[in-house]
Design a protein around this ligand. Structure first.
Ligand SMILES: Cc1cc2nc3c(=O)[nH]c(=O)nc-3n(C[C@H](O)[C@H](O)[C@H](O)COP(=O)(O)OP(=O)(O)OC[C@H]3O[C@@H](n4cnc5c(N)ncnc54)[C@H](O)[C@@H]3O)c2cc1C
Length: 399
């Protein structure tokens, strides 16, 4: 393992830290209480500055207009960006666009590249990924009710999707649909690009999540596709490769989330320590003098460090041996880091007392928004089963 931080990366991290302090954290009080749509002028202003500093799209190859960082370098930058819910978005590496850039980068035809990929990389448009359905278990994406039938040179898409994050205001959706119902279970579905202004694309609602429906980028859409017709050329990748492409998309998506979660952990941990040190609880004592708080601090520190090393190791392994070789590590970090993050957020809220559950700090936002981390991109339980099965299958004989 090689985790030494190069001089180039140190400079990048310093620039990012300074930018976050000066431009991003001051936006948070507005972002937490205002409709998200109202934030775009500020976000776009910040994005222009980021582009001028050549810090735009860390994960995107240089030939497409990004920084072309290695995954380990991106992980280090993501730790800084993840500290604010706006970080990834302002620097052009936000889900679900990053995942769609990944698969479009691999499979887009020249026309799809011009119309969807390049404007997406530049941040001129947004996208969503439409796979999960209320009627079928999302943890097994071979089961889908949405169909796409080829009729007169057009795909006719019909189906019911939900949790298509950021569908509100997106220019297009990448829709996973059954195109070949008689094929084997892993070859029945395909990916189809559906512009959101296509007749038959109906955004039913932004789903209320823990009391907040959100809006615009910051939302999860329920969508009805009703005889939604798009040209046959909107097929993304080979027909019948929907399941494979979904897996290719989710792999990097998982590590990008985990990298971001380390940033959330660090931010909440620092807030917890600061509050514990400042909050007086009588007789000149602060919360930091209490053993039970000291235990939370020590445990959080150990858990965050373990998570961070696991994430960097997974990033390093993907880089040196490929995603397939690192699939166990990716599952490990997905089910390990999410609960660590939630525990750290929860402890930080507890230390803040009543203030912790108000929207006067960012903690309650993290608490609301990140509970889903243990569910999306594969629930904890599925990743645990996958890892355990493989380990038990490969048990070495007794020596
Ligand atoms: C915040 C958020 C954002 C999302 N964004 C998107 C998006 O952009 N696009 C998209 O298509 N989808 C998205 N999703 C949907 C997500 O992918 C699914 O919720 C997820 O795959 C789980 O599917 P499900 O909700 O149908 O749960 P189910 O599949 O019904 O599972 C329910 C629970 O059962 C347990 N379980 C499931 N399988 C097993 C197993 N094999 N062994 C043991 N226990 C098991 C787990 O505890 C799981 O949480 C998002 C979800 C959330 C919460």
């Amino acid at each position: 393992m090689e985790f030494a931080v190069s001089e180039k990366t140190k400079v990048i991290l310093e620039m990012v830290r300074e930018f976050m302090d000066k431009e991003i954290y001051p936006l948070e009080p507005y972002f937490v209480v205002k409709p998200f749509k109202a934030m775009w002028p500020e976000i776009n202003r910040c994005r222009e500055m980021v582009k001028k500093m050549e810090l735009w799209a860390p994960q995107v190859p240089r030939e497409l207009g990004g920084m072309g960082l290695s995954l380990v370098e991106h992980a280090l930058m993501a730790e800084e960006l993840g500290r604010s819910p706006l970080g990834y978005l302002v620097f052009g590496c936000q889900a679900p666009d990053a995942g769609n850039i990944e698969i479009l980068g691999k499979y887009a035809t020249p026309e799809q590249r011009q119309r969807y990929l390049l404007p997406l990389v530049r941040g001129q448009i947004r996208s969503c990924f439409s796979m999960s359905e209320p009627e079928f278990a999302g943890s097994n994406p071979t089961e889908l009710g949405t169909t796409a039938v080829l009729e007169g040179g057009q795909w006719v898409v019909n189906g019911h999707k939900w949790f298509s994050s950021s569908a509100d205001g997106a220019a297009f959706a990448v829709v996973m649909a059954i195109t070949d119902p008689d094929a084997s279970v892993y070859q029945r579905a395909s990916m189809i690009i559906v512009p959101t202004d296509t007749p038959g694309f109906n955004l039913v609602r932004n789903i209320s999540v823990l009391g907040h429906a959100g809006d615009d980028y910051h939302s999860h859409g329920e969508i009805l596709y009703r005889d939604c017709r798009v040209p046959a050329e909107n097929l993304l990748g080979p027909r019948g490769h929907g399941f494979i492409i979904a897996q290719e998309r989710l792999g990097p998506g998982r590590i990008h989330h985990c990298m971001r979660w380390i940033g959330i952990c660090n931010r909440c941990f620092e807030m917890m320590c600061r509050r514990a040190s400042e909050r007086k609880v009588g007789k000149g004592k602060t919360l930091a003098d209490k053993q039970i708080i000291q235990e939370w601090v020590a445990e959080s520190r150990a858990e965050i460090l373990a998570s961070r090393l696991m994430v960097l190791y997974a990033a390093w392994k993907i880089e040196t041996e490929g995603l397939h070789a690192a699939r166990e590590e990716v599952s490990l970090i997905k089910f390990y880091v999410a609960p660590v993050m939630l525990r750290v957020i929860d402890r930080a809220i507890q230390v803040h007392g009543g203030l912790g559950v108000t929207d006067d700090t960012i903690l309650s936002f993290f608490y609301r928004m990140e509970r889903g981390a243990r569910i999306y991109d594969g629930p904890d339980e599925v990743h645990k089963v996958v890892v355990a099965r493989r380990l038990l299958r490969d048990v070495a004989p007794a020596r």
